[in-house]
Design a protein around this ligand. Structure first.
Ligand code: FAD
Ligand code: NA7
Length: 531
């Protein structure tokens, strides 16, 4: 097991506690939590609402757990995951710390075993390998000339130190994705000065974070079964109904009423997928939502020049964002915005950042909120060899593929949680779905003494083609973002997600199971341990 985030924790529970296998997990972090271990930056918050950003599998825990707000902060999610570790006695399976980073996993054809090597040089042999290495985990650190000469402090949001005081400092933030937006909003009130360096402005709507009442909590707990059923039978699994009404089928007045209601209610996914059915698929419908958000930015940001730099003009077609007062932060005199497309970085000096207009932005701290080498980034950092020594990077040729987001041809008994071309949703229910599926496959292999279980190349190719066809039906492909690997210099853009929704994904899995695990090759004969 590699990784101790939501994926690794649940997989360890299933494989050790339910299947009774001997499980060893590795995480290069010093403790569990994955995303929520690493991303401790000020303002870090889930944008899935509290009832649904947790596991659904344990009824007692669902009833016992409680939350104060409709969204969870990073410390709350970390503490939740630590509780899950303790509750299911999972800590004993994991080895943490930099020395336990897995550097290679190599399949030995003769024995049908994987050799897993750690940074310390320890070698473990395993029949199955589960990669739960995270899809937003391998940080993207831009190379800007002079960065190493900076006399102040350089931080990346995805590898944030334990605690950090930014009060009274002159802070620069690079990046305006979900993370940049959260960090700017949280740091603006404390910093002596904050400069936000934006390359591509983004659409963002309010999160609508608020306290929840006892009565609301009780209602959720009384109806948890229905709440999960609804989410798992929807597309994005964020817990709201997904209407099919086209945006242009109603009057402009009605459309703006719907948008205003969603704006007041809050939630990025809710705004994109809970207002009209075609914002993510039709350019004209998309523009109506974009116009609405642009008009809000103009209303909120008092300085017209700042508002101009903060206003996006392309499609509303990245992972939808929400914020707790991002645009409002720019009404402070101490918060400035630099449009990098107008004045790009020239160099970094010991004092700060110099832009091409010759201006020096003096800084004490420079924060990179520049995202991740998403989905396959952590796989490319390891040496992974399948049958006949085939290297995963050779197999993928820069364009990662999979069958169902969980496995890939020529890599027997080797599984991925949230691998390439897995579902694009609120992720915990997708993680549970995939881990349950991996658990089923391992159980099949154990029950039938299989030496190996792996997808055929044809099944993988068909799945990839389907993911591409679905992606091409959306507006997401028309904009560069991490969803297609287009945020990393030199990375070949490709389809990295199944955009068909969680319900359809679960139906596909069910159908494959009912049809004898169609698309998988089952290699007979291994004598299970203890037989
Ligand atoms: P991760 O939590 O990323 O865990 C992977 C672990 O693998 C890491 O701890 C890493 O150290 C370890 N690892 C990787 N490679 C190795 C190696 N070679 N050796 C040893 N260890 C290794 N999703 C949502 O659905 N809703 C949200 O609101 C949401 N908010 C997010 C906010 C932020 C700031 C970020 C970065 C992501 C957010 N996500 C959100 C996505 C989030 O990543 C997933 O929801 C989920 O936490 C992923 O869990 P995971 O176990 O798959 O991976
Ligand atoms: P994102 O969404 O990938 O955003 C990264 C931001 O950093 C984005 O604004 C990028 O601009 C910017 N960026 C990246 N490289 C550079 C360089 N070299 N110079 C200037 N600006 C740069 O990452 P996040 O961490 O915010 O969010 C990722 C996901 O994690 C998020 O969707 C949630 O699911 C949690 P660009 O747009 O490429 O012009």
């Amino acid at each position: 097991m590699i990784g101790a985030g939501f994926g690794g924790i649940y997989a360890a529970h299933k494989l050790a506690n339910e299947l009774g296998l001997s499980v060893i997990g590795f995480d290069k972090a010093d403790g569990p939590g994955g995303t929520w271990y690493w991303n401790r930056y000020p303002g870090a918050l889930s944008d899935t609402e509290s009832p649904l950003y947790r596991f659904s599998f344990d009824q007692e825990m669902l009833q016992e757990d409680t939350w104060e707000h409709n969204y969870l902060t990073q410390p709350e999610i970390l503490s939740y995951l630590e509780r899950v570790m303790d509750r299911f006695d999972l800590r004993r399976h994991f080895r943490f710390g930099a020395q336990n980073e897995v550097t290679s996993t190599v399949y030995r054809d003769e024995s049908g075993l994987w050799e897993v090597t750690t940074a310390r040089g320890d070698v473990y042999r395993a029949r199955y390998v589960v990669n739960a290495v995270g899809l937003l985990s391998s940080v993207n650190m831009p190379q800007i000339p002079g960065l190493d000469t900076f006399a102040g402090e350089v931080l990346h949001t995805g590898a944030w130190p334990e605690s950090h005081d930014l009060a009274g400092k002159r802070v620069g933030v690079v990046g305006s994705g979900s993370t940049g937006n959260q960090v700017v909003t949280a740091v603006a009130p404390q910093a002596a000065h904050l400069t936000h360096f934006i390359r591509t402005p983004q659409y963002s709507v309010p999160t609508g974070k608020r306290r929840v009442s006892e009565q609301e909590l009780t209602e959720v707990k009384d109806h948890y079964d229905e709440i999960w059923a609804q989410a798992k039978n929807s597309s994005v699994a964020f817990g709201f109904e997904e209407p099919t009404t086209p945006a242009l089928s109603v009057s402009e007045e009605e459309r703006n009423r719907v948008y205003e209601e969603a704006w007041q209610r809050g939630g990025g996914f809710r705004f994109m997928f809970g207002t009209f059915g075609d914002i993510a698929t039709d350019v004209e419908a998309n523009e109506t939502a974009a116009v609405f958000i642009r008009s809000k930015i103009t209303q909120i940001v008092k300085d017209p020049e700042k508002a101009r730099k903060l206003t996006p003009h392309d499609l509303y077609a990245r992972r939808p964002q929400c914020d707790s007062g991002f645009f409002e932060a720019f009404n402070r005199d101490t918060v400035d915005v630099v449009a990098l497309k107008e004045t790009p970085f020239q160099e970094i000096t010991p004092q700060g950042v110099v832009t091409e207009d010759g201006k020096l932005h003096e800084l004490d701290v420079l924060i990179f909120a520049t995202g991740f080498d998403a989905v396959d980034g952590n796989y490319r950092r390891m040496e992974i060899r399948g049958r006949n020594g085939l290297e995963l990077n050779e197999h993928w040729q820069g364009q990662p593929s999979s069958y169902l987001g969980v496995s890939t041809a020529h890599f027997p008994n080797w599984f991925m949680v949230l691998g390439p071309n897995g579902p694009f949703t609120n992720l915990v229910p997708s993680i549970e779905t995939q881990v349950d599926w991996i658990n089923d496959l391992v159980k099949q292999a154990e029950d039938h003494n299989l030496k190996a279980i792996e997808p055929t190349a044809e099944a993988e190719e068909e799945w990839g083609q389907m993911c591409t066809e679905i992606a091409n039906m959306t507006v997401f492909t028309k904009v560069d973002s991490w969803i297609f690997g287009a945020n990393i210099p030199g990375k070949k853009p490709s389809v990295l997600f199944y955009l068909g929704g969680l319900r359809n994904y679960r139906d596909v899995l069910q159908d494959i199971r009912e049809n004898g695990y169609r698309g998988f090759r089952l290699e007979p004969s291994y004598i299970p341990a203890g037989a």
